[in-house]
Design a protein around this ligand. Structure first.
Ligand code: COA
Length: 215
């Protein structure tokens, strides 16, 4: 399901930094009130409190959420800095009126095949306003537009209707089911696999305008 995982290191294919490393935005405006910005160590307490307050909401879909600790949240933020240093994508805080309401990130970048995958989560009370749809749109534009990657994949549990609705709203192509691809407390679950290709972005249904660099 490719979650943004504040409990383990971002995965992918880390490699030595390049002299022409992909630019990473410090912040991306999503709307008048919402934005993405780089996570800092100073965010650890606020981010952990958000996870702790949304534990049951998140643990329905995200394997790391049930066991997340303050130290694990700090490790996640630090791993994100290493991810940027390794030219391997980035994770960002999703902000609403300056408060962290979620996280979105790339699970590494495969530069050989010019592909990446995205994961995300929102606090329960921040749902229903289109914030994550805008955030995913901005990340896909970053990957396929700014970095000129060819493919972005998103996986969601076949049972995760909200996440699948978001992915389909952005015009992602449904590729099929990865059987028993992830494990939660109650056992294995199937992932629905979706992709967006550069050739289909942003002309796909409701893909809309790319995110705006604000810093
Ligand atoms: C998956 C998740 C991010 C989806 O959240 P969401 O609120 O449905 O997504 P958005 O922020 O894009 O908001 C979409 C909703 O806002 C509404 N909306 C309002 N204005 C909108 C706009 N301008 N654009 C898009 N949607 C808008 C949509 O109609 C939709 O509401 P609906 O579900 O009642 O139809 C959230 O449920 C979540 O974090 N869940 C737990 C963790 C998780 O599942 N992570 C993903 C693992 S794959």
């Amino acid at each position: 399901m490719a979650p943004s995982d504040p409990g383990s290191s971002p995965s992918g294919s880390p490699r030595a930094p390049r002299s022409d490393a992909a630019p990473v935005p410090a912040a991306l405006a999503l709307s008048d009130t919402s934005a993405l910005r780089a996570l800092e160590e100073a965010d650890a307490d606020e981010l952990y409190a958000l996870i702790d307050g949304n534990r049951s909401h998140l643990a329905k879909w995200l394997p790391w959420a049930a066991e997340q600790t303050p130290a694990g949240t700090l490790d996640f933020i630090r791993a994100g800095h290493a991810q940027i240093a390794n030219d391997n994508g980035f994770h960002a805080a999703v902000l609403d009126r300056g408060r962290i309401v979620g996280v979105i990130g790339f699970h590494g970048i495969d530069w050989q095949h010019r592909s990446s995958s995205v994961g995300y989560w929102l606090a329960e009370e921040a749902q229903g306003r289109g914030t994550m749809t805008r955030a995913v749109r901005a990340m896909v534009s970053q990957a396929l537009g700014v970095w000129a990657l060819n493919r972005v994949e998103i996986r969601a549990s076949v049972e995760n209707e909200r996440s699948r609705a978001l992915i389909e709203r952005l015009g992602f192509h449904y590729e099929g089911v990865a059987r028993q691809a992830f494990r939660l407390a109650d056992g294995y679950h199937d992932d629905a696999v979706y992709s967006m290709l550069a050739a289909d972005w942003p002309s796909s249904t409701d893909a809309g305008a790319p995110g705006t660099l604000s810093a």
